[in-house]
Ligand binder design. Sequence first.
Ligand code: PLP
Length: 394
Amino acid sequence: MPLTPAALPALAPAATPGQPETTIDTPSLVLDLDAFERNLDRMQQAADRAGVNLRPHAKAHKTPAIALAQIARGAVGICCQKVSEALPFLRAGVRDIHISNEIAGPAKASLLARMAVQGKLSVCVDDASQIDVLAAALENHGSTLSVLVELDIGQGRCGVGDADEALRLVESIQRHPSMRFAGLQAYHGGIQHLRSQLERRDAAARSAERAGEAAARLEAAGARCDIITGGGSGSFAFDLTSGVFTEIQPGSYVFMDVDYGRNEVAEDSGDGVQVCPRFEHSLFIASTVMSTAASGQVVVDAGLKSMAVDSGLPWVWNRPAGEVDASLQYIAANDEHGLIRASGDGGALPALGTPVWLVPGHCDPTLNLYDELIGVRGGAVEVLWPVAARGLSR
Ligand SMILES: Cc1ncc(COP(=O)(O)O)c(C=O)c1O
């Protein structure tokens, strides 16, 4: 019989609004909307209390609907890590976007310059040649851009090493009328996952001090730093009270992956005020037990192609209890299979066909694997959000 492509079945959506969450086709990426909204509120309240701007990092979620929810609560805009990543957000109406990264080459500079015709865009630099490439693109497209000098405050990734180097770049920026020097970016990714809260606090204080000293030198030389931006979901509480940062850019707090779940968070400082607000796990991979053939384990349908494991394997989630299921352990990820065994002496393993929710080890690259995020509330699917910036890494 000849093949009739038009008669082939279409792939049904993994979920539609109104259906019970237990019937979502798997593997799928699921968002607990109540926990997610509480996370957004907590971060905004912490920033508001400190009088510091919140510019959440969209690299964590890549989802315009989430950026709009953050802005509706008071965020001043968002960060993106790549120029192409910013495009779907601009299209969705997010006007104020900081590219918290350096860019290389005329193609990216040209895209950024064209986007800057319509939005309020800013970018980081740590070399004079980046400024030249940006200036040429801006001139070509008749747009203007805010430029921040990135300062390395200990991560050893991008950024100039000291205030003298920063000043040379400021002078170079100021030679171009299409560019405005806006301030410093000072981000230290290496301290975000220091497990002990005290260690994290001390490391954040040292980083903030370096940023503050550099900013003071620049200001003394007449280069005003309107913005000093940095901080992630591990350090933000200390960055907020540092007196240095005018803006924080955390991303993962929206979801809380396993890696952040391992950070120690002290509840309060003794006067009832939380030092570090506690965020909830809101992001899950919905999987299904697809084989129980081998004794002592079950196999779920979510493996390496359904989650990033660079920061560790997922935790099993007890959905009815709303907590990590310590009786079960996800012990190995193959491409399309996940092996789950009972912890310790062994409790009951889930039966064939049972839905199993997993907390991903690292949220950012996990989001990058899915086209849509399925929002659930009260046991039912409420909304499907396109992960519109998924795969946009140029
Ligand atoms: C420059 C920059 N800012 C902010 C963040 C957000 O950090 P987190 O997701 O840990 O909150 C990152 C994450 O890698 C980053 O690279």
